[in-house]
Design a protein around this ligand. Structure first.
Ligand code: DAH
Length: 347
């Protein structure tokens, strides 16, 4: 083996030992660079006679070409290895099953509202919806709660610094009771001159707002109003309808219901509705679930109806409270924090 064959062999071995493109370029410099061994050989030609120069020059050039070919082969090999490694790292198993979409569920309070609507629906009640930004007149005055009356503080509310077109102050409604007036007024107008006027039977579920915040009160909460007005609707009907609703809602007849005398400006007489379960963790404890009463004649007048002729009952209950009782939830705020660990239990 002549010196040039040895040189090619040593270059090929060096290139083969280079683990990365950067080190391969260093190895290349040792042979083909300015001070590389091939370059040194070519410089040595200067000292030779013209004939020797010709044959030696041709041999060196051939060796140089073989070294360049070995370099290219190693470059290709390194590039292929790098691509292979990258493909391995990014390997995708296209045969894996998809991750699927997370399945949502109804919020527990929405479930309760649907339940309430279904039960009252089966008793012939319509369902009405109304504005959450309400006029002071609808929230209080029309409900027999005059301006500056201390009873307004029972529902201390969020006022909006704005008036409506008729110059009435606006607030975030503190209860769903304004819907009694809105619905009854529309009903009376729709049936004007119809004899006899069909009865009013409606529930109005929705969001309500008060300056209140603790484990059982949230500044935003839900209420569901109920109203039944006709020519002969009495407190006796309130008791049977509401007791029947509660037994259906909680799916038990083992439930005591009591109407405890109370005060609301819009009803006379008024009662707080309490329930007590006959079994379970809350057994025997009286729990307040609604306010109710026989609608005050002043309120019936504000419906646009004659209180000498039309009479009936109203109630306002707390669906959030009912949801807590039904599912055994102890902190109301959990309903409104949006924590999926809590909510997904109701799917
Ligand atoms: N609006 C009352 C409240 O938020 C609840 C209520 C009591 C509604 C008696 C009624 C009713 O319709 O008759 O505390």
């Amino acid at each position: 083996m002549n010196d040039l064959d040895q040189l090619v062999q040593s270059a090929t071995a060096d290139f083969g030992a280079a683990p990365s493109p950067a080190e391969l370029e260093n190895a290349k410099a040792r042979f083909l660079g300015k001070a590389g061994r091939v370059t040194e050989l070519l410089k040595g030609l200067a000292a030779l006679s013209p004939d020797e120069k010709k044959s030696r020059g041709a041999d060196i050039n051939q060796a140089k070409q073989r070294i360049e070919a070995a370099l290219q082969a190693r470059r290709d090999a390194l590039a292929a290895a790098e691509l292979e490694a990258q493909l391995q790292a990014e390997a995708l198993d296209v045969t894996l099953p998809g991750r699927g979409r997370g399945q949502g569920g109804l919020h527990p309070v929405s479930r309760t509202l649907q339940r309430i609507e279904a039960i009252f629906g089966s008793m012939g009640f319509d369902v009405a919806d109304g504005p959450e930004i309400e006029t002071d007149w609808m929230s209080f005055t029309a409900l027999n709660n005059p301006e500056n009356h201390p009873a307004r503080s029972m529902q201390d509310t969020f006022y909006v610094d704005m008036k409506d077109a008729q110059g009435r102050w606006l607030n975030l409604r503190p209860h769903t009771s304004p819907m009694q007036v809105r619905y009854a007024q529309a009903h009376a107008a729709r049936h004007a001159g119809v004899e006899p006027m069909p009865e009013i039977r409606v529930i109005a579920p929705g969001r309500t707002y008060r300056v209140d915040s603790d484990a059982t009160h949230s500044p935003m909460f839900h209420q569901c109003e109920g109203l039944w007005i006709g020519e002969n609707i009495s407190f006796k009907d309130l008791k049977s309808v509401f007791s029947d609703f509660l037994r259906q809602f909680f799916e038990t007849d083992d439930l005591d219901v009591r109407f405890r005398p109370s005060f609301f400006p819009f009803t006379e007489p008024s009662a707080e509705v309490d329930i007590a379960f006959a079994s379970g963790p809350l057994k025997g404890r009286w729990l307040e679930v609604a306010g109710s009463g026989q609608v005050h004649p002043n309120v019936v007048r504000n419906y646009g109806l004659d209180p000498e002729r039309y009479i009936g009952f109203a109630f306002g209950m707390g669906p959030d409270r009912l949801t807590m009782l039904r599912y055994g939830v102890s902190d109301l705020r959990l309903f409104f924090e949006g924590d999926l660990r809590f909510l997904s239990q109701f799917k």
